[in-house]
Design a protein around this ligand. Structure first.
Ligand code: HEM
Length: 481
C-alpha cells in the first residue's frame, strides 16, 4: 500500500507556523544577546554583577530550550499536517500558552530575581537564602508548567492524528516493514520522526509536570518535601528528553527539504526504520549520564547511562548523515541558504555528539562534568544543529515565496558557520583546561579563552540578526505565497 498523497495545508495552519517562526526569530536573537552578555562578563569586558549574571543564565538556558522546541515544533507541524489531520486550534493554543508561560518566567527572573538556572534543581527554588522571594520561584515554575501544558496538548493532538491515520504506534514506525516482511511502502520520514518525538515527549512532559507541581507546593509548604534524588531524576529525564526531541523534530526539515532540492526522494530503508525505533527506546533511558557524579544513584543506572550514551544517538545520526550524503552527492543540487544551513545542521549535530559521548564516559565525566566541556558539546549540536535546522526551514519558506539569496545572506551563512564552530571550540578548549562552567567571575588565566569566544559569539549574533530580519521582512510575502 502506498502512503496517501499529501494533504493541502490550510492557510490558517500556515499562518500559525509563520507565527511560531516569527517568535522564534525574535527570541533566538534576544537569547543570543543574553549569551553574548555572559561571555562578555566572563571576559571582564562587561560589568555584570554575579546576581544578574545568574538571572541572565537562567533566562538564556530556559529561553533557548523553549524556543528550540517551538521552532522545531513548527517544522514538525508544517510537514506532518500534509500526512495526517492535525488541529489548527491546538497549534494556536500551544502558542498562546507558550506566550503566557514566557511572561511568567520572565517576571519571575527579571522582576522577582529568580536565578536558580533552567534546571530549577530541587530544593533550590524554595531555598534561595534571601536572593529571591517565594513568588519569584513560583512564577518561574508555573510559567514552565504552562509552557509544558501547551506542548502536552500539541503532542496529544499529534498522537490522535497519527493513530487515526496509521492505527498503531508500530505501524506508524514501520514495524510491519521492518519485522514482518511487509513489502508495502513504509510511512514517510516525517511520520516516523514525529511518532518517536510524540511518544517520548508525552512521557517527558508528564515527568516534568509532576516535579514542577511538587516543587511549586514545596515553595509555599516547606514541610512538604520530595526525595531529592527522585526529584533530580525526574528533572533530568524531562530536560534531557525534551531538548533531545528538538533535534528529532528539526531533522524533519532535512528529510523533507533536501530531497526537494536534490530531486531525489529520501529513502526509508530498513536501517532507517531500525535506527529510529532503537532511538525511541534508548533516548528514554540515557539521561542518567547527567547523574554520574551522584554516587547515591543506583550503579546499574550509571552503567546504563554510559553504555546507552554510546549507542542512543548513533543510529539516527548514522542513518541521517549517510542519507544526507547519498541524497546530495552528485545530485546537481543547487546550493543556497536553505540547503547550506540544512547540510551544516547535520554536520553540527554529528560533530557535537562526539564530545558529548566522551563526557558520558564515567572516568572522563569525573573530571570534565562541571567544566566548560559540557556547554561546549551541547552548544555544538544545538547552535550548529538545531538552530541551523530552524534557520534552514525559515530560508526555505522564504525561497518558496520567490525570494533569492543576496550576497548579505551568503556572507551571513559563512559568518554563522565559522563563528559557531569557533565559539563552541573555545568552550571545549576551556573545558579541556578545566575551566568550570556556570561561574560568573573567571580567573585571569581563563580570560584569553573568554575573549576570543566573545568575538566569535558576536559574529554569530550578527549573522542571526541578518537571518531574523530577512525572515521578518518576508513574512507578508510568505503568508500570501
Ligand atoms: C550566540 C549564541 C550563544 C551564546 C553566545 C551562548 C552563550 C552561553 C554562555 C556564556 C553560557 C554559560 C556558560 C557557563 O559559564 O556555564 C550558556 C549556557 C547555556 N546555553 Fe548558550 N549560548 C548561545 C546559544 C545557545 C543556543 C542556540 C542554545 C540552545 C538552543 C543554548 C542553550 C544554553 C543552555 C541550555 C545553557 C545552560 C545554562 C545553565 O547552565 O543553566 N545556547 N550559553
Amino acid at each position: 500500500m502506498a502512503d496517501k498523497p499529501e494533504l493541502p495545508l490550510d492557510p490558517a495552519g500556515k499562518r500559525g507556523v509563520l507565527a511560531y517562526l516569527a517568535v522564534a526569530a525574535v527570541v533566538l536573537l534576544l537569547m543570543m544577546l543574553f549569551g553574548l552578555a555572559m561571555r562578555l562578563a566572563q571576559s571582564e569586558w562587561l560589568g555584570l554583577e554575579a546576581v544578574y549574571f545568574y538571572q541572565v543564565m537562567t533566562a538564556h538556558g530556559i529561553g533557548m530550550v523553549a524556543i528550540a522546541a517551538l521552532g522545531t515544533a513548527a517544522i514538525l507541524w508544517y510537514f506532518l499536517a500534509r500526512r495526517v489531520r492535525l488541529s489548527t486550534g491546538i497549534l494556536y493554543a500551544n502558542l498562546a500558552l507558550f506566550l503566557v508561560g514566557v511572561v511568567l518566567v520572565l517576571a519571575g527572573i527579571f522582576i522577582g530575581g529568580f536565578a536558580g538556572a533552567w534546571t530549577f534543581l530541587y530544593p533550590l527554588p524554595a531555598k534561595p537564602m534571601g536572593i529571591w522571594p517565594q513568588w519569584a520561584a513560583a512564577s518561574y515554575l508555573l510559567g514552565v508548567l504552562i509552557v509544558g501544558v501547551g506542548f502536552l496538548l500539541f503532542y496529544l493532538d499529534c498522537a490522535r492524528a497519527i493513530l487515526g491515520r496509521y492505527g498503531s504506534l508500530g505501524r506508524a514506525l514501520g514495524w510491519p516493514q521492518l519485522f514482518g516482511g511487509d513489502a508495502s511502502e513504509p510511512p514517510p520520514p516525517v511520520v516516523i520522526a514525529s511518532t518517536v518525538v510524540t511518544f517520548i515527549n508525552l512521557l517527558s512532559i508528564l515527568a516534568g509536570a509532576v516535579i514542577l507541581t511538587l516543587s511549586l507546593i514545596n515553595v509555599y509548604v516547606p514541610g512538604f518535601t520530595v526525595d531529592a534524588l527522585l526529584a533530580k531524576n525526574l528533572i533530568y529525564f524531562f530536560g534531557h528528553v525534551f531538548i533531545n526531541s528538538t533535534i528529532y523534530m528539526g531533522v524533519i526539515a532535512v528529510y523533507e527539504i533536501l530531497p526537494r532540492a536534490s530531486g531525489r526522494p529520501w529513502k526509508v530503508s530498513r536501517p532507517f526504520l531500525a535506527g529510529w525505533s532503537a532511538t525511541l527506546l534508548m533516548v528514554l533511558a540515557v539521561y542518567p549520564h547527567h547523574l554520574l557524579m551522584d554516587f547515591v544513584n543506583p550503579t546499574w543506572m550509571h552503567v546504563l547511562g554510559q553504555v546507552l550514551s554510546y549507542t542512543s544517538s548513533l543510529p539516527v545520526i548514522a542513518v541521517t548523515a549517510v542519507g544526507t550524503l547519498a541524497n546530495v552527492h552528485r545530485s546537481g543540487l543547487r546550493w543556497n541558504l536553505a540547503s547550506g544551513l540544512l547540510f551544516l545542521s547535520v554536520l553540527g549535530w554529528a560533530t557535537g555528539v562526539v564530545p558529548a559521548v566522551i563526557d558520558a564516559t564515567i572516568v572522563v565525566n569525573k573530571v570534565m562534568h562541571n567544566t566548560m566541556w559540557v556547554p561546549g558539546h551541547f552548544h555544538t549540536y544545538l547552535l550548529l544543529g538545531v538552530v541551523a535546522m530552524i534557520l534552514g526551514f525559515m530560508a526555505w519558506l522564504d525561497e518558496a515565496a520567490a525570494r533569492g539569496d543576496s550576497a548579505l545572506d551568503r556572507a551571513a551563512f559563512w559568518v554563522f558557520a565559522v563563528g559557531g564552530f569557533g565559539f563552541t571550540a573555545l568552550f571545549l578548549l576551556s573545558g579541556r583546561d578545566s575551566v568550570p562552567r556556570r561561574w560568573a567571575v573567571h580567573l585571569p588565566e581563563w580570560l584569553p579563552y573568554d575573549r576570543v569566544a566573545a568575538c566569535f559569539a558576536a559574529a554569530v549574533v550578527l549573522a542571526m540578526l541578518v537571518f531574523a530580519l530577512r525572515f521578518l521582512i518576508g513574512l507578508k510575502r510568505m503568508a500570501a505565497a
